[in-house]
Design a protein around this ligand. Structure first.
Ligand SMILES: [Zn+2]
Length: 65
């Protein structure tokens, strides 16, 4: 019985790598690519939210006093 490797492309860097269910970063090739993609997505959301809300950092600070 031979082990068949399924090659997939990393959505971030387009590098071909073996699809491995043990790879916690799949479908990305590495932790780095996964983090880069996530950070890009998160900063997009953040900029949209701050543009629509027009909130400054001071207004986001809800203190108890
Ligand atoms: Zn990659």
């Amino acid at each position: 019985m031979s082990t068949k490797s399924v090659m997939i492309k990393c959505p971030k860097c387009q590098k071909e790598h073996v699809y491995d269910t043990k790879n916690e970063f799949r479908p990305f090739c590495s932790e780095r690519c996964k983090l880069i993609d996530f950070n890009g997505w998160a900063s997009d959301l953040y900029s949209v939210a701050s543009e629509e809300g027009g909130l400054s950092e001071g207004q986001l600070d809800f203190g108890d006093d």
